[in-house]
Ligand binder design. Structure first.
Ligand code: OSB
Ligand code: MG
Length: 369
């Protein structure tokens, strides 16, 4: 396909409720959207970076630079076969996976439109619908958190994940378990602890957590292996799994028993498929992680989660869990079974991008043609 034009659009969308993690309190989703024009079609990608490098080493500023100054010149007015060739072309770049993924995702969208096949079909998805879990931020008080849990349980969310940080951990888990002895419960520390906290994690074994997500360093697999051997609860790696290579090493070392795949964090859907296949071979259960994405990224996550080895509930909530206004038609919503239907050419489910909504939410646009 010939690439005729590329736009980078920055949007800011307020959250309905601030989302607080161990690393920041998000009040709005500040995001870059990529539009690639090719032979009469437009492919969309959403860059998952945040306003600052708090969770990933990249942010919207670095992604904007890498996309504009490095990726756009590689593609503009050139011929490219598809996302796989793009990944080969950018193999000289170190890191910068969120920037690469945003463009790669748009090329998957173009390929899907050119071939008249859903992303699910292109990547070998097998599920018609995927289960969703909810990720709950840190609240001012435990009763506030319990109210949130109640609200999402009433909607049928299949797994409740609570964000923890030092001072908001074991007491919170204990109270949540006291009120909800049987729910599928997980915690996410976003790297806020060290091995010095090992007794705290041993104490968590009592609460029947489905897994503990990324307790230690954001690059670490060594200390996680030590911790995993010391506790019964499964560890799930998020931040540390930035590539197929990182997943292979973590599995070999025994650093985790579960992995969360974010196509952005690993540099795209192509790399996600490789990680999926590796984990399937090794019996490491997977789920698709979330980045509080807008509709474009959310819909692509649903398709990724349709692959057979995504067996645990995914962090792909309904759009209205985060936003009053989103950028797809229809907006992503859950079924009465608290699942998301995977868009496919056979079931008539498809999403289009709401250009008018993008115009309302846009703060800047760069056009390359
Ligand atoms: O660690 O999974 C995470 C949001 C922003 C950054 C990191 C994470 C999260 C979430 C939210 O947990 C998941 C979602 O999009 O619903
Ligand atoms: Mg996480």
């Amino acid at each position: 396909m010939k690439i005729d034009r590329i736009d980078i659009i920055r949007v800011k969308v307020p959250f309905v409720h601030p989302f607080e993690t161990s690393f920041t309190r998000f009040v709005e989703r500040d995001a870059l959207l990529i539009k690639i024009y090719s032979e009469g079609l437009i492919g969309y990608g959403e860059c998952k970076a945040f306003y600052a490098p708090l969770y990933n080493p990249e942010d919207n500023g670095t992604c904007h630079h890498v996309i504009k100054d490095i990726l756009v010149p590689l593609l503009l007015h050139k011929e490219i076969a598809g996302p796989e060739e793009f990944i080969e072309k950018v193999s000289f770049i170190r890191g910068n996976r969120l920037a690469i993924a945003s463009v790669e995702n748009a090329l998957w969208d173009l390929t899907s439109q050119r071939e008249g096949k859903s992303l699910k079909t292109l990547i070998g998805g097998t599920r018609d619908e995927v289960k969703v879990g909810v990720s709950l931020g840190i609240e001012a008080t435990i009763p506030d958190l319990l109210k949130k849990i109640e609200k999402y349980l009433a909607q049928g969310y299949h797994r409740t994940k609570i964000k923890i940080r030092p001072g908001w951990d074991i007491e919170v888990i204990k109270e949540v378990r006291r009120h909800y002895p049987d729910i599928t419960l997980t915690v996410d520390a976003n790297s806020d602890y060290t091995l010095a906290d090992i007794d705290l994690f041993k104490a968590m074994d009592e609460y029947n957590l489905c897994y503990i997500e990324q307790p230690l360093g954001e690059n670490d697999i060594i200390d996680h292996a030590v911790l995993q051997k010391a506790i019964k609860t499964r560890l799930c790696l998020d931040e540390s799994i930035i590539s197929l290579e990182a997943a292979r090493q973590a599995i070999e070392l025994g650093s985790c028993k579960v992995i969360n795949v974010k196509s952005s964090r690993v540099g795209g859907i192509s790399e996600s498929i490789k990680i999926h296949d590796l984990c399937r071979k090794h019996g490491i259960p997977l789920w698709v992680g979330g980045m509080t994405e807008l509709g474009i990224g959310r819909v692509q996550n649903i398709s990724l989660a349709s692959m057979p080895h995504f067996t645990l509930a995914n962090d792909i909530a309904a759009s209205n869990r985060y936003f009053d206004e989103d950028i797809t038609i229809p907006t992503v919503n859950i079924t009465e079974r608290c699942t998301l239907i995977v868009p496919d050419e056979t079931n008539g489910v498809s999403y289009t991008v709401d250009e008018k909504a993008i115009d309302r939410l846009m703060v800047s646009r760069d056009i390359f043609k």
